[in-house]
Design a protein around this ligand. Structure first.
Ligand code: ADP
Length: 226
């Protein structure tokens, strides 16, 4: 369970990026966070990934206030979170296989598991035929599927997807949403930010709407309103 309890983030006196944000995400939920540019979505995800500290309030994850942890403890928590970004963030000089193997090595997984799990996770995102290609040889949609495979390979409890379809055409956007739904059906919590009304409407799950750093709506089976 993730709890945001009155979380505020001021970058400076003029800029309140988050203003007393509170919500709870239960295990296995699929939550979309929407709102105009500058609403505070990315800041909110940064708080969750412990990339930056709130000015006030608590972000709890598995009953622990993650901003009170040491660097080493934060790394252990981060292993429970898989992240996917709009710009894919693949390593350009590594093949698809190596990009995913690298994430497993960083988590201390043994070679036998790497050899068996990488092909398996690529099948899950329907990309088994690109295992030896480099990122530059893939389409945007294929790159994002590799990024998702990398995010899920260490079996995180949560996937955070920050505008994962922002650079994709409608057909690839549809595929990515279907894969995220499948991952959620398999038991992983998904937190997604998006500007795309069609994405929200096709997911048909909880929608948190932000504006000026505040949560202005929280709909159980929402539609994109703004
Ligand atoms: P969104 O992801 O919804 O577009 P952000 O979380 O990126 O919104 O930004 C929220 C507000 O915080 C904006 O006004 C933005 O300019 C400001 N902001 C974000 N990051 C920083 C930063 N590192 N320093 C100063 N202001 C920032």
């Amino acid at each position: 369970m993730i709890i945001f309890d009155n979380v505020s983030k001021k970058y400076n006196e003029d800029c309140i990026a988050l203003d007393k944000v509170s919500f709870v995400v239960n295990p296995n939920e699929f939550v979309s966070i929407v709102g105009p540019s500058g609403a505070g979505k990315t800041t909110l995800l940064k708080m969750l990934l412990a990339e930056d500290k709130p000015t006030e309030g608590k972000v709890s994850f598995f009953d622990t206030d993650i901003h009170t942890l040491s660097g080493e403890e934060i790394n252990l928590v981060r292993r429970k979170i898989g992240a996917v970004f709009q710009d894919f963030r693949l390593l350009p000089n590594k093949t698809v296989y190596e990009n995913i193997a690298f994430a497993m090595e960083a988590a201390g997984r043994p070679d036998e598991e790497i050899e068996s799990d990488v092909p398996h996770v690529l099948e899950l995102v329907d990309l088994g035929n690109k295992i030896w290609n480099f990122p530059s040889e893939l389409s945007g949609g294929e790159k994002q599927r590799v990024a998702i495979a990398r995010a899920i390979v260490n079996q995180p409890d949560i996937i955070i997807a920050d505008e994962p379809t922002g650079n994709l055409d409608p057909a690839n956007t549809y595929d990515i949403v279907q894969i995220l739904k499948k991952i959620n059906d398999l038991g992983t919590t998904v937190i997604l930010t998006t500007h795309n009304k069609g994405v929200i409407d096709s997911i048909g799950r909880r929608v948190i709407t932000m504006q000026d750093g505040r949560v202005i709506r929280d709909d159980i089976a929402g539609k994109y309103i703004l």
